[in-house]
Design a protein around this ligand. Structure first.
Ligand SMILES: Cc1ncc(COP(=O)(O)O)c(C=O)c1O
Length: 412
């Protein structure tokens, strides 16, 4: 049922997160439904970067590695992200990209299970995870990658040969949410190690890695954590694994005493084993300012609003889908979806471009998915209604048929 104007106004008025929008720099006239791909800049980032460039870099010069705490930002920021994903301090670092962290975690996990030969992943995983798994399998004798064709067939593939299971917490296309405790215990029961890709859930879905005995997790900081384009990613490894971690990108930052300049590698104790080399300090500073924004905000409150926004959007676009050949592929059950709504449509690319031209920014994922991400920190229920109305307008009026909307850009 369509909510009336007053219902939506009431929802926004009662929203405990309604004030956090003012902490973001968002262009006027835009409804931003792509924070699941790239979060917008928190206003505090501008001052943080100015301070980092002028004072830490400009005035402090190389002294800032010590004086400004640059060298340990990987750990201090890691702990702050750890807090958001239910990991006690000392188990998470911010470093490298998610792709690289998947690579390191896969090798580390295989080393924990030297007598086992199989990596299991899902065919519909985000491609970089699969590409990394392929290359790890290719680099190790006798290791093979097996892909589950359907989420339902995943658990039947896990057996006594399985060394590691690599899973996305939220399916990047459909928005389907996996059950971390359940799948982790299923893999553990078979003696396997699990790596969770939290790219689409960190900062927006409650996660309790320690409580479910998770092994490894990775994720990026430029989506719901708003760390900026190309922000360094994070990697979590459970403390119980630290002494056994062997990963192939052991650079000088993973050395026990990096400034001893020894010619042989001696791994550091703890989670710093998952680092590699020098990190982009300015990006880390931007991420730090973005994380400040989450201080004091309950993930449970974010989740409640996220479910409200996605539920409302699905209610509003359902009739449009029936009328215009679309299909909502995101699960309707609250406990089965992340923070996005995906609609399969034959002309998804052109429809998304027509929406963007009207100020509603979502994105397209091949082969036929329109994706709309709902970031509770800066979206209102009013915008959900307006975005659905714009979609209706584009579909009813056929604006998407303009040939200019069919031309594929380099980045979709
Ligand atoms: C689920 C998932 N994993 C991994 C990545 C890739 O991360 P990166 O390009 O930062 O290595 C993405 C990027 O969108 C993603 O959505």
């Amino acid at each position: 049922m369509r909510p009336g104007a007053t219902d939506v106004a009431a929802l926004d008025a009662a929203d405990p997160l309604r004030r956090t929008r003012d902490l973001f720099e968002l262009p006027p006239g835009i409804i931003y439904l792509d924070g699941n791909s790239l979060g917008p800049p928190p206003k505090a980032v501008f001052a943080a970067l100015d301070q980092a460039v002028r004072h830490e870099w400009g005035a402090g010069l190389i002294r800032s590695w010590n004086d400004a705490g640059w060298f340990t930002l990987t750990d201090t920021l890691g702990d702050r992200i750890g807090h958001l994903i239910g990991a006690a301090a000392g188990q998470t670092v911010v470093t490298d990209s998610t792709s690289i962290n998947v690579y390191k975690a896969l090798h580390a996990a295989l080393t924990l299970r030297p007598d086992r030969r199989t990596i299991i992943a899902e065919r519909d995983s985000f491609p970089t995870d699969l590409y990394m798994a392929e290359s790890v399998a290719a680099s190790r004798q006798d290791v093979t990658l097996r892909l589950a064709a359907e989420p339902s067939s995943l658990t039947s593939l896990i057996d006594g040969e399985t060394a590691v299971v690599l899973l996305n917490h939220v399916d990047y296309r459909t928005g389907a949410l996996r059950d971390i405790p359940d799948l982790t215990s299923c893999a553990h029961a078979a003696g396997a190690v699990v790596i969770w890709d939290l790219c689409h859930s960190a900062g927006v879905v409650p996660i309790d890695l320690d409580a479910c005995g998770a092994d490894f997790a990775v994720g990026c900081a430029y989506k719901y954590l708003n760390g900026g384009p190309g922000a360094p990613a994070f990697v979590f490894a459970a403390r119980r694994h630290h002494d056994s971690i062997v990963q192939p990108l052991s650079g000088w930052w993973t050395h026990d005493r990096p400034f001893a300049m020894e010619s042989n590698h001696r791994p550091a104790a703890g989670i710093r084993r998952m680092l590699c080399g020098t990190q982009p300090i300015l990006s880390l500073r931007a991420l730090g300012a973005a994380l400040d924004l989450l201080d004091g905000v309950e993930i449970a409150a974010i989740r409640r609003k996220s479910l409200g926004l996605t539920r409302l959007f699905m209610e509003l676009v359902e009739p449009l889908c029936s009328a215009f050949g679309g299909r909502i592929v995101t699960p309707r059950a609250d406990n089965e979806r992340g923070s996005q709504v995906a609609i399969a449509h034959e002309n998804a690319y052109a429809v998304v471009q027509a929406l963007i031209a009207r100020g509603v920014i979502g994105d397209f994922r091949a082969p036929d998915i329109m994706r709309f991400g709902f970031a509770p920190l800066y979206l209102s229920y009013r915008e959900v209604v307006d975005a659905a109305a714009t979609l209706q307008d584009v579909l009813e009026g056929g604006a998407w048929r303009d040939p200019k909307f069919a031309a594929r850009a380099l980045v979709t």
